[in-house]
Design a protein around this ligand. Structure first.
Ligand SMILES: NC(=O)C1=CN([C@@H]2O[C@H](COP(=O)(O)OP(=O)(O)OC[C@H]3O[C@@H](n4cnc5c(N)ncnc54)[C@H](O)[C@@H]3O)[C@@H](O)[C@H]2O)C=CC1
Ligand SMILES: O=C(O)CCC(=O)C(=O)O
Length: 488
């Protein structure tokens, strides 16, 4: 499709103005459910565009920081109202641009509204403590100050919620922001920033630079005017960003992958365990860092669990997420589809038994999208690639276990440690699991995905930089502590 024929032209947002990339280069955003549907055109920015955005954010820093937390929170509240008014439009754009079903996209957009309201309230909360000094005539206390300019680098899988759960706390604690969204969801990101614009943030406080990750990303991470980088995405890029930020002394926060296990014990409610495995593993086409990937099932209930899982998975409808009744949409991009298809092929080559799905619809209305059927592998061994590497697709690997200790040993045998769930009625098993599982999100009789915005979110091991996002934990990254000693 020619770039000129591809509808509305979206731009960067720098210093309160919508501006094209200096190069004038553009790309087309295409619907992964139907590649002849163009969502719009977006700019391909370069380091010069990034520099202009950082300069604008740096110039806006002082005045924004000097506003009260309540005033900054009020701007976020207005952004929440704007996003709520435009919820249907933003959600439909998200579905068209990255494929998740419309109900999921609406849920995510509503979560964006709730995040903005939550962080609006944070502007009124305490920022320090009084600490007794050894000098009885002195006052000692802590306070917090913003980092300055924060670079926000976000993925395509939650194109509304993730930018907001990073930008809202950054802003309310007094930072200014340059957002670099995933190229795949450039248009959705532009709509989110339009909502911030409608809220009346001062010029330069929020800036948006759209373009290729390997061009815009390094320019932002390496920019000396950026004091903090917050990132969600792949482990490879995250580690690179961490090293670059460390090299020049910038603060960084990384949220990366998962290889999230579910453990099903003999006393589990099997219906609940199956529902949660399907929801956790296959919703959003498995494209969540918290998605269920490995399922360790006790041998006593293995056959029963597998039959029920097969029966329920067969009921799922694959199709365009805008259509009523569709449960699972396409992969978000051709690149992501290739990754999923090659992981499935590798599973078969390594000897796992593909007992359901895993094929691309070859003809009919789905042939023009990046679709793949949900896949279930039986007889998976822990050393197989499908049990070790993040797939980020609708693929479940079933592994038999002898008991809880056996399941825990296999579940913990991973470089990643984001989320994990257990299904059991036994309190002792629950407590052992809570204590011994090496993940940041521990879920009992609930799916591995689905985080709550008021609670800390993040992983252990290589899933994160050991920091936490969301809830009040966000203050730790977006501010620095000052310890103050006052003697009159
Ligand atoms: N933890 C999560 O939620 C996510 C994990 N992933 C994982 O990553 C895999 C690949 O997906 P991608 O979209 O390619 O992830 P990615 O890590 O390349 O993209 C994430 C963000 O980083 C940016 N980026 C890319 N290269 C960069 C660089 N050199 N410097 C700075 N920023 C850069 C991208 O433009 C995007 O905004 C997925 O299959 C999945 O396994 C992807 C998206 C989200
Ligand atoms: O499970 C969720 O709601 C959040 C998942 C997430 O943060 C991600 O996939 O990046």
């Amino acid at each position: 499709m020619s770039v000129q024929a591809a509808g509305v032209m979206y731009r960067n947002y720098i210093n309160g103005q919508w501006v094209p990339a200096a190069s004038g280069d553009m790309e087309v955003s295409v619907n992964p459910a139907n590649r002849s549907d163009a969502i719009g055109r977006y700019p391909l920015s370069d380091a010069g565009d990034v520099d202009r955005a950082v300069q604008a954010a740096a110039a806006a820093r002082r005045d924004w920081r000097k506003q009260t937390g309540a005033a900054r929170g009020e701007c976020l509240r207005k952004a929440a109202d704007a996003l709520e008014r435009r919820l249907e439009e933003v959600a439909r754009t998200m579905t068209r641009e990255m494929g998740k079903t419309l109900p999921e996209a609406k849920g995510e957009t509503a979560r964006g509204v709730a995040l903005l309201r939550y962080y609006a309230g944070e502007g009124m909360r305490k920022v320090g403590d009084v600490i007794p000094s050894t000098d009885s005539a002195a006052l000692m206390y802590t306070t917090r100050v913003p980092l300055g300019v924060v670079g926000v680098i976000t993925p395509w899988n939650f194109p509304v919620a993730i930018p907001i759960w990073k930008m809202a706390p950054a802003l309310v604690y007094g930072n200014t922001v340059v957002l670099k969204p995933a190229e795949e969801t450039s248009v959705t990101a532009a709509l989110v920033v339009e909502c911030f614009e409608e809220a009346g943030f001062p010029a330069g406080v929020i800036n948006l630079i759209i373009g290729k990750g390997d061009v815009v990303g390094p320019a932002l991470v390496d920019h000396p005017g950026v004091q903090g980088i917050t990132f969600t995405g792949s482990n490879a890029v995250g580690k690179q960003i961490g090293q670059q930020a460390l090299a020049r002394g910038a603060k960084y926060q990384l949220e990366m992958g998962g290889k999230n296990p579910v453990i099903v014990l003999p006393d589990a409610d099997l219906k609940l365990a199956v529902e949660a495995t399907i929801s956790g593993g296959l919703r959003s086409t498995g494209q969540k860092c918290t998605a269920t990937s490995r399922v360790f099932v006790h041998r006593d209930v293995y056959a029963a669990f597998r039959e029920l899982l097969l029966e329920e998975t067969k009921k799922l409808t694959l199709g365009d997420g805008l259509e009523d009744g569709v449960w699972m949409g396409p992969c978000a991009s051709g690149k992501q589809l290739e990754k999923v298809v090659s992981a499935i092929a590798r599973g078969v080559e390594e000897g796992a038994e593909l007992i359901y799905g895993g094929k691309r619809p070859g003809d009919g209305p789905l042939a023009d999208g990046y679709y793949v059927e949900p896949a279930i592998f039986d007889r998976v061994k822990p050393e197989m690639t499908i049990a070790r590497e993040e797939i980020f697709g609708p693929v479940l690997a079933l592994i038999a276990c002898d008991d809880l200790q056996d399941a825990l040993a296999m579940a913990n045998d991973s470089e990643l440690g984001l989320s994990a769930a257990i299904f059991t009625k036994d309190i002792g098993s629950m407590l052992s699991f809570i204590d011994d599982i090496e993940v940041g999100l521990v879920r009992i009789n609930a799916e591995t995905a689905g985080v709550e915005l008021q609670a800390p979110f993040g992983g252990m091991k290589q899933s994160s930089s050991h920091s936490r996002e969301q809830g009040q934990a966000a203050i730790e990254f977006f501010t620095s502590v000052k310890t103050v000693f006052v003697k009159a």
